[in-house]
Design a protein around this ligand. Sequence first.
Ligand code: 3PG
Ligand code: MG
Length: 401
Amino acid sequence: MADIASLGDLRGKRVLVRSDLNVPLDGTTITDDGRIRASVPTLRQLSEAGARVIVCAHLGRPKGAPEEKYSLRPVVGRLSELLGRDVVFATDTVGESARAAVDGMADGDVVLLENLRFNAGETAKSDDDRAEFADALAGLADAFVSDGFGVVHRKQASVYDVATRLPSAMGGLVHDEVEVLKRLTESPERPYAVVLGGAKVADKLAVIDNLMGTADRLLIGGGMLFTFLAAQGHEIGTSLFDADSVDACKGYLERAEREGVEIVLPVDVVVGREFSADTEVDTVAADAIPADTMGLDIGPESARLYAEKLADARTVFWNGPMGAFEMEPFAAGTKAVAQALVDATEGGALTVVGGGDSAAAVRQLGFSDDQFGHISTGGGASLEYLEGKELPGIAILTKEH
Ligand code: 3PG
Ligand code: MG
């Protein structure tokens, strides 16, 4: 696959880079800068090679028009700091400000364009509706580098269409992420354990389906676990529940039995009366959740069980928190799983934390990146890769245009 070297001498060339700078914000304060840090090496490489680096990215999900709370402006300062050079901010994406900023660039300069998704053409469903915006973006540059791993599963103008309009290459971040995911899908060292959490079971059905064929153990946590408990016929109180996914969960439990894949569910659950940090908290058996309570974390017995199931694993992939970890009373399960991954890493296992949210969670709980084998910047993207789906942003880089 074409890498940056394939673009030839970059001195004086305008290079459009798609990065994923979609960081969590509290107002205008960045609460986790992992994705900015991950984007820096490629930007620095291009700048040092003398390119005029035009960075484009999205933040949140604005609906095709400017909205102040989704502005990328809060990112500029941190990006400049980490790059060690000033980044010029354009207050639009392909308008007057962007064109003026690009016209004013010297070799090695870096410009950040305003949120791509302030333009309806970025995320439009049909190729035709994305074309005009893709033309305008491509018109700013001489070459394109795709480095936003977190968005390579999106068929969007800045991810897909620009690559058909400019000489294009894969950036080092996307390259490295794909190399790690390949190790999970092509003959992983066994036992291979996957921990899946998060709220929505429907989002995880396709990946569970695919992992049944490759993983040895599937550990289930987060809001999605209650639909599994319901599929086993248990009372789940007022816990998160997805009626449409019960049959699928039942099917997976049966298939796991038949095919010798272990699906591990919690034996105990931390419950509260409501979704709040100061609700009355109790720990109950997973098959005895009181009708007027909701499960908000896996319990301490389960945390021990999950740690045990990870202790001898040689390969571990983890996506999604085990409970409502943002609230102290429901953080222990996620912490225990993070610690189990750290221990497995120390023991020589390949451990991968998948996803912007999961990555932010482990950092928020006090862990650091180097305690894990790899922290992916893409949640949806890494899950879709593990589902075996073709990722449009990667496929387009390998096609002839
Ligand atoms: C993410 O945060 O998952 C990526 O930045 C992609 O964003 P999206 O899910 O809004 O396309
Ligand atoms: Mg997402």
